[in-house]
Each structure stands twice: as structure tokens, then as C-alpha cells.
Design a protein around this ligand. Structure first.
Ligand code: NAP
Length: 330
């Protein structure tokens, strides 16, 4: 079978490759075998291959923060899953044609659903929903602001906030994103820049904004903080600029702005199993209803992983890059 592997940290499209590996073999009693139907290339995967992520795997390693596939075999003691079911793998190392995982790592999703969307269920929609709910109590009519609003997390947050009646200010880097983000429910879309707070105040009628969701860090984080009302909270969850998170001391001292962080891995590592299941059952249901949908720019075969990685690393994309390891795309 084919897997993606990298033996040194470096530029993802140069150090990662599709290689032949031994088949996963028969499942243990509590294990299942999955034929992977699709996996996305997320920023976390690029950071992992670069050696820049919080946890560095032992090399050689197979990346893959998420993916979805069909169960082909189940171990003797597995209940609730059978061959033909489609599952999302909550574990890592997803970039392979077949996986052998503990049955408890699998979340069953509808077999008739869009497998590209299901392959992206674990990371970005969950991150968006948890940040929407867990930091600041927002009710219908309240506002939040976010950057990287056209990302997988950002577009998920727009849709989920809209469904909750929460209004969103969405900061992006390109004018061409304004109409598409408005079409999925964004209330305000603005281009990042020096006078951001003034432009946001004008666009929202000076509405108080209690929550800022920041994936960029650096000066953009500070500009988001300046848009918040007194006592507001900035939740940083990404390091896209590569710069430290910045919040002006005056905002912290005189306006009581709080800066905190969110990491899905930590949340999933600490949450009770039934809460994790409930989270993904809700998201799966909302995906089926259209509240959760992440744009896709391109799909590749596993043999084309280096081209796919180079594509995923480019800025200015209109959606995610996915790989369908057991079939040619299209
Ligand atoms: N903490 C967590 O648990 C967690 C969970 C999920 C995701 N994340 C993080 O969330 C971020 C978004 O992930 P995703 O999968 O949703 O992304 P994605 O769909 O792959 O989109 C990438 C986004 O990053 C923007 N971007 C790239 N470089 C940038 C820069 N230097 N300054 C500003 N924007 C930049 C892109 O904007 P353009 O279109 O303008 O290029 C685009 O909006 C990543 O940093 C990821 O690591 C964190």
C-alpha cells in the first residue's frame, strides 16, 4: 500500500513523498481497518513536516491530522461498527491508503455524506464551534471579530455564528473575498490594515465586540484587540504570521482586554469521551444540514502528494487542498 512519509524536517513538498509500505495486516480484537477515502492538507500538517509544530514526531513519520474512510474489517470485540461504515479518524498519521486504528478512535458518519467534507470534520469545524462557545458567552445579536476569515476555521465560524444569530466581522487580505464570504453569512468583511478599528466601528455602527478570534498573531492580533469593547477577549489559535501575539499594554491595563489561547489537541486530550462523541455527532449532523461546509480548491491523488503540498502551502487559495488516496481525483 502507499503512504506519505518524511524522513527529515524541511520544505513539505521537498521532504515528504509517497512510498510503498507493508500492508497494515489483520486488526486486533479492538481494532478496525479503514480504507482512507480522503484527507486534507492543513497548516498543522505543513508545520509538522517543517518541524515547527508543538509536537515533533520521531522520524521517519507519516503526517495527517485528519481524514475519513470506509471500514473494511473489524476486530472480534468491536461493537457499533461494521464493514462498509464510513468513519472519521480522531487519531493522527492519516496520510495512507489504509489505516489500522483502535475502534474507539473512530467516529461514525453518514456513508452517503460528502466524504471530502467529512474528511475535514475533525479539525476546523470543531475548532470554530468550541471557540464560539467556550470563551465568551454570546447571545443572538452579539458581535465577534476574526482574522483569516476565509480559512477552513474562518468559514466554519461564519456559518456556525450565523446559525446562532451571532454577527461576525471578518478580516481578510483580499477584496475578492468580500462577496463570497458575505454569500455564506458574513455580516461585515474588511481588509486588514492600519485603521482597522475605525473602519470596523463604522461598519458595525460602533457595536460592542466582545470576542476576537485570531489565527494570524503579530500586529493583526493587536489590531483585532483594538476593535474589542472594554473587557473583551482575544483567543489566539494560530501562528500564521510567524510573529508573537501582540496586544498593546494600554489595552490590557486600561481596557481590561484578555489574551488567551485555544488548542484543539489539548481540548480533545482532556474532554470526556462522551463529550467528544457529542461534539462530532453535532457537527456531522450540522454538516448534513449545510451549517458546516469548508470550500475545496483542488483534489489530488496520493502519488501527486508533492504537487498537492506545494499547492497547499500557497497563499491566496480559494479553499482546501485534499488527497483521495484510493482513487484518482475527478
Ligand atoms: N489551535 C488549534 O487547535 C487549531 C485548529 C485548527 C486550525 N488551527 C490554525 O488555524 C489556522 C487556519 O487553519 P485552516 O486549516 O483553517 O487554514 P486554511 O483553510 O488552510 O487557510 C489558510 C488561511 O491562512 C491565511 N494566511 C496564510 N498566511 C497568512 C499570513 N501570513 N497572514 C495572514 N493570513 C495568512 C490564508 O489567507 P490568504 O487566503 O489571504 O492567503 C487563509 O485564510 C492555521 O494557523 C492553523 O494552524 C489551529
Amino acid at each position: 500500500m502507499k503512504i506519505v512519509s518524511f524522513a527529515a524536517f524541511g520544505v513539505p513538498s521537498e521532504v515528504a513523498a509517497c512510498i510503498e509500505a507493508p500492508d497494515v495486516g489483520a486488526p486486533g480484537d479492538d481494532e478496525i481497518i479503514i480504507e482512507v477515502e480522503a484527507f486534507p492538507i492543513n497548516p498543522v500538517d505543513l508545520l509538522t513536516i517543517q518541524g515547527l509544530y508543538a509536537s515533533r514526531p520521531a522520524l521517519p513519520a507519516t503526517p495527517g491530522s485528519e481524514g475519513a474512510g470506509q471500514v473494511v474489517t473489524v476486530g472480534k470485540s468491536v461493537v457499533g461498527l461494521r464493514p462498509g461504515d464510513r468513519v472519521v479518524n480522531l487519531g493522527r498519521d492519516n496520510w495512507a491508503q489504509r489505516l489500522k486504528i483502535k475502534a474507539t478512535q473512530a467516529i461514525k458518519v453518514p456513508s452517503e455524506g460528502d466524504v471530502l467534507q467529512q474528511a475535514m470534520l475533525k479539525v476546523n469545524p470543531a475548532t470554530a464551534l468550541l471557540m464560539l462557545r467556550n470563551f465568551v458567552q454570546l447571545t443572538a445579536g452579539d458581535w465577534l471579530i476574526q482574522d483569516a476569515a476565509n480559512s477552513g476555521v474562518g468559514t466554519s465560524l461564519i456559518r456556525l455564528a450565523k446559525a446562532a444569530g451571532v454577527r461576525t466581522v471578518n478580516v481578510v487580505r483580499r477584496e475578492t473575498l468580500i462577496a463570497p464570504l458575505q454569500a455564506i453569512g458574513a455580516d461585515v468583511v474588511v481588509i486588514d490594515g492600519e485603521d482597522l478599528a475605525a473602519r470596523v466601528a463604522k461598519a458595525t455602527g460602533e457595536a460592542p465586540i466582545k470576542l476576537a478570534i485570531d489565527a494570524v498573531a503579530g500586529e493583526t492580533c493587536q489590531r483585532l484587540a483594538q476593535c474589542l469593547t472594554e473587557g473583551g477577549t482575544v483567543v489566539n489559535y494560530g501562528l500564521l504570521s510567524g510573529q508573537p501575539c501582540t496586544v498593546a499594554a494600554a489595552d490590557v491595563i486600561f481596557r481590561g482586554i484578555t489574551l488567551t489561547g485555544f488548542w484543539l489537541s489539548k481540548h480533545l486530550g482532556q474532554a470526556p469521551r462522551q463529550d467528544i462523541e457529542a461534539l462530532y455527532q453535532e457537527l456531522s449532523q450540522r454538516m448534513a444540514e449545510g451549517d458546516v461546509h469548508v470550500p475545496v480548491e483542488a483534489t489530488y491523488g496520493i502519488d501527486e502528494i508533492q504537487t498537492a503540498l506545494a499547492h497547499a502551502a500557497r497563499s491566496g487559495r480559494d479553499g482546501k487542498i485534499l488527497v483521495t488516496p484510493n482513487r484518482k481525483p475527478g
